[in-house]
Write a protein that binds this ligand. Sequence first.
Ligand code: GLU
Length: 482
Amino acid sequence: MPGVRVRFAPSPTGSLHVGGARTALFNWLFARGRGGRFILRIEDTDRERSSPEMVEDILGALRWLGLDWDEGPFLQSERLDRYRQVANQLLSANQAYRCFCSTAELTAKRQAAAASGKPWKYDATCRGLSPDRVSERQARGMPSVVRFKGPREGEVAFEDRIFGRIAHRTEQIEDFVLVRSDGMPTYHLGVVLDDLDMKISHVMRGADHISNTPKQILLYRALQRPVPEFAHLPLILGPDRTRLSKRHGATAVTTYRDQGYLPAPFCNFLALLGWSSKSEAESLSTDELIRRFALEGVNKSNAVFDLEKLAWFNSQYLRNAPAERLFPLIRAELEKEGIWKEELGSSDRAWMLTVVDLLKKRVRMVSDFATQGRAFFADDFEIEAKARRKFLKDKALPLLMPDLAARLGSLPVFGLEETESALRTFAAENGVKAGLLINAARALLTGKAVAPGIFEVMVALGRERTVARLSGTSWVENEQEG
Ligand code: GLU
């Protein structure tokens, strides 16, 4: 599609929210799949609530997600002259007017309407003020806003790419504010001028903006400029079907980053919040998402944010990723836990990659490698209480385990089959069940009651560590006392 230009236009009044990230992702996927441009614009005209820290947070979160932008970030606060110039142009063309109604007056009218159960929109008190009256009030220093002078009859309609045709009578639309009394543009003026100046072809944003669109279209009309395509995206709800908020848990993208989720599965998860990929597989790479994304697959119905599902995408990603790709991430976690050893020899590295392949099928987060998998990377680890209780209580174990260790130590080849047959033969010779030895070995080798297959564990740990851990006796006193 030639000339696709889309934008993500967050207001930096808070951290990048999951919903914002989903909007950014859909715009980005749309641009990337169609040779288009993805433009980043920061809507920071609300000076009180915007902050440079939040701009940084948003940029950092987008970078982490891998959503690189082709133009920007443009700051609305740097374009104020442009908005004022167009507001003046609209005033001169009698398409806008100055309104001197005070906030107190407007609030009183709104409350009175609410009390009598009527809807209220600005009653256009100042719409008919003569130029003389306006000049006289301005000369007296009365504060004023600039309002759009909307058409009194007719229809404003648009074909939303997701929701279909949406039409309103223009007389139902109030004369909305374009410039506040402090000279700052409102969202409507800023967004329309920016989308025009930035030659935006498709406006894709949350469905919470759908009611703003008719006003913005009236503004395009007044400026005699073509209207972009609109695609309003379904909202994201929490599990209780109310709009996703902090009550449901973390909503900031950076929190998920800090909890150890990875950007690719996070994007995969976000992409399916409101979009059906039509693929059998749910786990999709970013390239596949780009290839498949289309507005036709975006749903009207709201999406439900499911944390379990996010964890599932993360674990699927880990399971399918080559160990080499995960290695730098795991290294960072090992460093955090203080169990990273500098000076890795090439055989150590190869060994670590084997361990990563073994563990990756069972972890949900990268940090699990260093916590649950600690025994694979370090010799100092604890045996968890459950593993002790279930698997190390048998009185025969303190005698059996060192002998089993010796048997394993003397194997000519330390492979899967060899270790297994040695253990089973040893069990038979000693008249105990193989399971008793396997469970005890699991506890002593990994510290856990649940772990990968025991012979894979032995081979991954190697002969030396296996023998040392099985023949060590430091666990015996604790276990055999009570
Ligand atoms: N700044 C608006 C927001 O954060 C976006 C407006 C738009 O996309 O038109 O909700």
